[in-house]
Design a binder for this molecule. Structure first.
Ligand code: NOJ
Ligand code: CA
Length: 539
C-alpha cells in the first residue's frame, strides 16, 4: 500500500506551536526544534497550517504570495529546512494550500479590482449586479455562516466580486486558464522543493456553477453543521470540482517519487464526498468532518463507522479528526473528563482511516476562554461581534477560534516553553495544571503516554492502519470492532457508559493497550471499567 494510506497526521498551527526567536509568535524555526516531539509521539506526517506572506487577517488563510514565507515565520530556507528535517526523521510533511481565495491585498487582486480591462481583470469572480443600477448582488449565494451575501460591491469597477468566506478573501476564478496555470505552478513550486503533499483549504467551493445559478432555499439542520437556510448545489461539491480534483492529481502525479498527496478540506455527506476520490484518480484523501461533531455515545460511533464503511469502502480511506484549529477542543466536549478523552484517543487511532491529531490534543489541552471583545479571530470580528458575551460564554461549541489556537504548552513556565517568560504571546496561554508536555512525558498514566502507546502500536500493527473493519455485536453502550490484516487480527472494545461492562471474545486475546488499570482480558473474557477502552491482539 502507498505510504499515505495508513499514515497518521499531526496538525501544526505554526503561529502557536513554538516561538523560535522570542517575539511571542510561533515560527518555522520553533517548529523544526520541536519535530522530535511529533516523531516520538509516533505520527509520521506533519500538516503545517499556512505560513506564507499574508496580512494575517485570517492568520495565513489570506495569502499575498504563495511562493515564499512570511517574515514572522522565517524564510524560504527555513521552509526547505523544515522539509529536510521531516525527511531526516523518516516523516512526511504537508503544506496548506488556499486555492479558493487570496487576500484582497494579493497583487493579483489589487490589479484585478482596478478596472474591467486590466490583464488580471478576469482572475477573480466579478459580475454585474442585478436590479436597477446593478446594486443587488448577482445571485443569492451566502458567505460563511450564511450571515451575509457572498458578494462584495467594488465601487472601483462598479461590479461585485465573490468572497465565499470573508469579504477580504476574494474567490479566484478557476475557470480562467491563466488562474489554473498560476496555481498549478504554485503546486509545482513546492513539489520541486520536496513537500510530500498538501492539505487543500476549502477545496469544495473552488469550482462554482458556470452560470452562477441561485441556490435553492431549503432550511435544514445538517448533521454536525450549523442550521442552514440554503442548499448549495451550485457553489459546493459540483461535478466540476470533482474534475478539478483529477486535474490536480495529474500535477502531483507528475512529480518524482515518493508519491505526493492531496488531502481535501471538503464538507458534505460522506457519499457525496467520495466523488473527490474519483475512483483513485482524484484527491488521495478527504476529511470526513462528521467526527468533529461527535457525540460521546456508542451509537454515534457505530453509525459513523457504518457510514464510512459504505461511502469509503476499503481500500478507500476516510480521513478524520476530533479537533482542529477551527473547532472546539474535544476534551471540552466530554466535560473535561480525561477517562472519556482516553476512550476517544483509542477510537480515533484504531478506526479505519487516516487519523489526524491536532497539536495539544495529545495532552488534553482544553479551549482557553477568550472574550469576544478581545478576539483576534476575524470570524468573530466580522460576523459575530454582535453576540452577547453572556450567550457566547455558555456555548458548548466555541465560536471564537482563538480559544483553540492558544500556544502549545511545553512546560509549566510562565511562557509555557512556547516563548520566553517575559514575552507576551500573540494569544494567551491557558495554564492548566498538568496539561503540558513536560508534566506528562514519561508518566505512565498520562494522556500523552497513552497517545504514544497507541501511535506506536498503530505504527507496528498494519491491520490497525490499513486492515478491514467489522463491527461486532456488543452490549448497549459498548462499541466493538474487529480489524483484520493479512497477518494479524485485533479487537477494539470501548465502554462509553459510566457502568462496568463485560464482553466475551470469540477467541482468546491479549490486552495490548487499555485506557484504565481496571481493564482486563483473561482468555476470552474482557472486563471494562466505566469509560474505558481496550485494544486486544489475537494470535
Ligand atoms: C478553513 C480554514 O481551516 C480556516 O481556518 C480558514 O479561516 C478558512 N478555511 C478560510 O480560508
Ligand atoms: Ca517567533
Amino acid at each position: 500500500m502507498a505510504w499515505w494510506h495508513g499514515t497518521t497526521i499531526y496538525q501544526v498551527y505554526p503561529r502557536s506551536f513554538a516561538d523560535g526567536n522570542g517575539d511571542g509568535v510561533g515560527d518555522l524555526r520553533g517548529l523544526i526544534a520541536h519535530l522530535d516531539h511529533i516523531r516520538d509521539l509516533g505520527a509520521e506526517t506533519v500538516w503545517v497550517s499556512p505560513f506564507f506572506p499574508s496580512p494575517q487577517r485570517d492568520f495565513g488563510y489570506d495569502v499575498t504570495d504563495y511562493g515564499s514565507v512570511a517574515p514572522e515565520y522565517g524564510t524560504l530556507a527555513d521552509a526547505d529546512e523544515l522539509i529536510a528535517q521531516c525527511h531526516r526523521r523518516g516523516m512526511r510533511v504537508l503544506f496548506d494550500l488556499v486555492l479558493n481565495h487570496t487576500s484582497d491585498e494579493h497583487p493579483w487582486f489589487r490589479e484585478s479590482r482596478r478596472s474591467r480591462t486590466n490583464p488580471r481583470a478576469d482572475w477573480y469572480v466579478w459580475r454585474d449586479g442585478r436590479g436597477r443600477h446593478g446594486r443587488r448582488p448577482p445571485n443569492n449565494w451566502r458567505s460563511n455562516l450564511e450571515l451575509r451575501s457572498a458578494w462584495q460591491w467594488s465601487p472601483g469597477r462598479g461590479q461585485w466580486y465573490l468572497a465565499s468566506f470573508l469579504p477580504w478573501q476574494p474567490d479566484l476564478d478557476w475557470r480562467n486558464p491563466q488562474v489554473r496555470e498560476a496555481m498549478f505552478d504554485v503546486v509545482r513550486f513546492w513539489l520541486d522543493r520536496g513537500v510530500d503533499g498538501f492539505r487543500l483549504d476549502m477545496f469544495g467551493t473552488v469550482m462554482k456553477d458556470e452560470a452562477l445559478r441561485d441556490n435553492p432555499f431549503r432550511p435544514t439542520l445538517e448533521d454536525g453543521d450549523l442550521p442552514r437556510l440554503w442548499r448549495r448545489p451550485f457553489n459546493r461539491n459540483t461535478e466540476d470540482n470533482f474534475t478539478l480534483a483529477r486535474d490536480l492529481r495529474a500535477v502531483t502525479d507528475a512529480a518524482p517519487e515518493p508519491e505526493r498527496i492531496l488531502l481535501g478540506e471538503v464538507f458534505g455527506r460522506s457519499d457525496e464526498l467520495s466523488g473527490y476520490l474519483a475512483d483513485g484518480h482524484g484527491l488521495h484523501l478527504v476529511f470526513l468532518f462528521d467526527l468533529l461533531a461527535f457525540r460521546y455515545d456508542a451509537g454515534f460511533f457505530r453509525r459513523l463507522i457504518a457510514e464510512h464503511e459504505t461511502a469509503f469502502p476499503w481500500p478507500a480511506q476516510p480521513a478524520y479528526a476530533l479537533e482542529n484549529h477551527d473547532q472546539t477542543r474535544s476534551i471540552d466536549l466530554v466535560g473535561g473528563d480525561l477517562r472519556k478523552a482516553r476512550v476517544l484517543a483509542v477510537l480515533l487511532l484504531t478506526m479505519r482511516g487516516v487519523a489526524c491529531v491536532y497539536q495539544g490534543q495529545e495532552i488534553g489541552l482544553p479551549n482557553t476562554y477568550v472574550p469576544l471583545r478581545d478576539a483576534r479571530d476575524p470570524m468573530v470580528r466580522e460576523l459575530l461581534w454582535w453576540l452577547p458575551e453572556a450567550v457566547s460564554r455558555r456555548l458548548r461549541r466555541r465560536v471564537n477560534r482563538d480559544e483553540m489556537r492558544t500556544p502549545m504548552p511545553w512546560t509549566d513556565a510562565p511562557g509555557a516553553g512556547f516563548c520566553p517568560d517575559e514575552v507576551v504571546p500573540w494569544l494567551p496561554i491557558g495554564h492548566v495544571p498538568g496539561r503540558n508536555v513536560a508534566a506528562q512525558a514519561g508518566r505512565e498514566d498520562s494522556l500523552l503516554e497513552l497517545y504514544r502507546r497507541l501511535l506506536h502500536l498503530r505504527g507496528r500493527a498494519r491491520a490497525l492502519r490499513e486492515g478491514t473493519l467489522r463491527l461486532l455485536p456488543t452490549p448497549r453502550g459498548v462499541l466493538g470492532y474487529a480489524r483484520r490484516g493479512p497477518a494479524e487480527r485485533w479487537t477494539v472494545l470501548a465502554n462509553l457508559t459510566g457502568r462496568r461492562a463485560r464482553h466475551q471474545l470469540t477467541d482468546r486475546g491479549e490486552l495490548a493497550v487499555g485506557t484504565d488499570p481496571d481493564v482486563s482480558v483473561t482468555g476470552r473474557d474482557v472486563r471494562l471499567a466505566p469509560h474505558s477502552a481496550a485494544v486486544i491482539g489475537h494470535r
